[in-house]
Design a protein around this ligand. Structure first.
Ligand code: ATP
Ligand code: MG
Length: 338
């Protein structure tokens, strides 16, 4: 498919100078038109940082320290989101690219009716649309996400959590965007709801053709509902492949660990059985592959040189990429490193 969003070398730090923490290190990721791309990784791996950095919505003290993010419109040349004016960016948001923040369903305005919140989004971009048409559009959007129109006059507290989540999706779809980014909350209780949200988004994608980036650390959901999956660790991408490839034959030991830590549908999250230890301290990253202290397969080279994200020879001609020495030939490496 044609790319709709191309992230190139995106780096993000929180803070500046000595206290800066590099939360994203030169990430490359392409989203194609109409695909559902899942983004997974443990808490703190940089999923939200990637989403908010790429859309220039990073909260302070986050700063973009490098890279570009090309948005390809339906027609016309691509533009770099990172160098657009605020006006350009504002007209792009909702209309072309909408993002539902982590925990956003709790950020609906408590004193404003659902209908007003939906019509406000529409009005901001289509000020000339008559009020009756805005309301009709709001009712259509609610129907799309499975909410009856008699809920239009409700306030957020009158809706269940799942319904509020669906209202957020309706808002994200209000202006028929090309890209919808959903950053999901990560608590175990939300697994059932996440499943419903992702299933619904998939259906709507089939109908309207927008592309989705769905962020979660529940890889089992992504295997079921996404086309491609990207895995993050310590602010880097470590593997990217189709959902099938990830499920059938995960290449990266970290992906393997995530797959083995499927949370139960109800009840407590299991440990990451495949990966003992905890995520890296971004202020003191280990040399070489940053996973090596936690990796059961670590070889000598792993603490010496960082592996690059590339297609393993064994996987060519697929487009899968993996950053792990296990899957890349070391023929060219000096003997003392292997
Ligand atoms: P989760 O699954 O918990 O949402 P995540 O993968 O979205 O995690 P991020 O929130 O992107 O992770 O955080 C990536 C790293 O950046 C973490 O180490 C985090 O501590 C750090 N970080 C995030 N926000 C800030 C901030 N405002 N100030 C300093 N560091 C931050
Ligand atoms: Mg997050």
């Amino acid at each position: 498919g044609r790319p709709v969003l191309e992230i190139r070398g995106l780096s993000v730090a929180y803070g500046t100078g000595d206290k800066a923490v590099q939360a994203l290190d030169s990430v490359d990721l392409t989203l194609h038109r109409g695909e559902v791309l899942g983004l997974a990784g443990e808490s703190g791996s940089g999923k939200s940082t990637l989403a908010y950095g790429a859309t220039r919505l990073l909260p302070p003290p986050g700063v973009i320290t490098g890279g570009e993010v090309l948005y390809h419109p339906r027609s016309g040349p691509p533009g770099d989101l990172l160098s657009m004016s605020d006006d350009q960016l504002r007209s792009l948001r909702w209309q072309d690219l909408s993002i539902v923040f982590q925990g956003a369903m709790n950020s609906l305005n408590p004193v404003s009716r659902i209908s007003d919140q939906l019509t406000d989004v529409i009005r901001a971009h289509q000020p000339d649309l008559p009020r009756t048409e805005r309301l009709a559009r709001a009712a259509d959007l609610l129907r799309l996400v499975g909410i009856a129109r008699d809920r239009l006059d409700d306030y957020p507290h009158q809706l269940s959590g799942g319904m509020r989540q669906r209202v957020m999706i309706a808002m994200a779809l209000a202006l028929d965007p090309d890209v919808v980014i959903m950053d999901e909350p990560t608590t175990a209780l939300d697994v059932v709801m996440q499943r419903q949200v992702l299933a619904r988004l998939g259906e709507l994608r089939d109908r309207f053709g927008f592309a989705v980036v769905f962020i979660t650390h529940d890889l089992s959901l992504l295997v079921e509902f996404s086309d491609r999956i990207a895995i993050m660790y310590g602010g880097r991408l470590v593997e990217e492949a189709t959902a099938q490839e990830i499920y059938r034959l995960p290449r990266h030991p970290y992906t393997h660990g995530l797959l083995n830590s499927f949370p139960a549908l109800r009840g407590e999250r299991r440990e990451l059985t495949g990966i003992p230890g905890s995520p890296p301290d971004l202020n003191a990253l280990p040399p070489g592959c940053i996973l090596h202290p936690r990796c059961a397969h670590a070889m000598r080279v792993c603490s010496g040189r960082p592996p690059e994200l590339a297609t393993p020879p064994a996987d060519a001609p697929s487009a899968r990429t993996v950053a792990c020495w296990l899957h890349h030939p070391l023929a060219a490496a000096p003997a003392h490193l292997t």
